[in-house]
Design a protein around this ligand. Sequence first.
Ligand code: SAH
Length: 408
Amino acid sequence: MSDFPPYPSGLRLSGRHVLVVGGGHVAQRRIPSLIAAGADVHVVAPEVTPAIEGLVGSGEVTWHQRSYQVADLDPAWYVIAVTDDRVVNDEISDACEERRLFCVRSDDATLGSAWTPAVGRHAGVTVAVLGNRDPRRSASVRDEILTGLRDGSISARHHRERTPGVTLVGGGPGDPELISIAGRKALMEADVVVADRLAPRELLGDLPADVELIDVAKLPRGRSAQQEEINRLIVEHALAGKRVVRFKGGDNFVFGRGYEEILACREAGVPVEVIPGLTSPVAVPAIAGIPVTHRGVTHEFSVVSGHLPPGHPESLVDYTALARMQGTVVVMMGVQNAPAIAEALVSGGRPASTPVAVVCDGTMPTERTVLATLGTLAERLDAEQVRPPAIIVIGEVVRVAHPDGFPA
Ligand code: SAH
């Protein structure tokens, strides 16, 4: 047998007769991918495993319950010899050789004329790896490639069928592992990425070199003008035929002004989609070990923006109602106004002893949790020099996570 490498080929087996001789575990492992390729699978064997019998029962393979005979090769396009009898396998592969039929042998690959690669599929791409007859090596290379395709670290950009438009992608709380698979894929397929300050930075480092990155944290301040500029940017690039990803921390619809961008796209007739992200008011406490609900402790949680102090004429948060509720309150953008928020909750009826956890820089190397109560929050934030971004969790769930942090 030669030492030349194999010549890879994508066999299109749909509707074609494939002969599998043998009904044991090796046959069982090979048959599903033949079925998936649409092959007309015929198994010749006196006995088969229960799994193969199941496939026979469901009509996915045809079973000829007997020993192999050379006439079995007549209708076949492709042959897999997987009996446990070497002599029979020899007989099959020799007969195939004579008839110029490709034959796979599981007992001794060097005696076959075809090898079965380790195979995986992702989003219409078939990956097949031939690891020089080391099946574990092939399988592990295949797995690495599939993982890369799934998480987007290997880019499988569509070069045909690319439609321009805008995709809002939520990047999660910061750790690059916490973006969704769909989000990562959209990033890797983008032509232009418009990113915020809180969008997971590390993921931007992985972008293909030809992707244009626009960092809107650098746009001049002055809030509404900035948002208008972002709307203008994404629409303009999409109208120029680009795939635009609007990339934010957490979820774009949670205090992310995402829907304003949707409206701007619709108004301009630009197709727009949304890929949700893990939102920080749930994910950051979770990473810090604090559940936002716990059976028997709270049946509700409220997420509020603390960017305006209680009583501010433009504030849309009803602190009186929040104070009367019993559940967890999660405050975002609230570091500056936390003292006033704690005061409003206490004067509305929440006990000053209510446990509070402030989780700063969630999922980042500098992450830390500062414990306090509603009564001590102002003082603790000051003493610990807490700076945004931080998530403030208020309620008995904090005691569940930190039973020793609070006197009973
Ligand atoms: N769209 C984002 C929130 C944007 S508002 C989301 O869904 O998570 C910005 C606020 O989110 C910050 O002020 C802070 O309260 C919170 N935040 C976001 N990421 C955070 C993180 N990694 N750690 C702590 N707080 C975070």
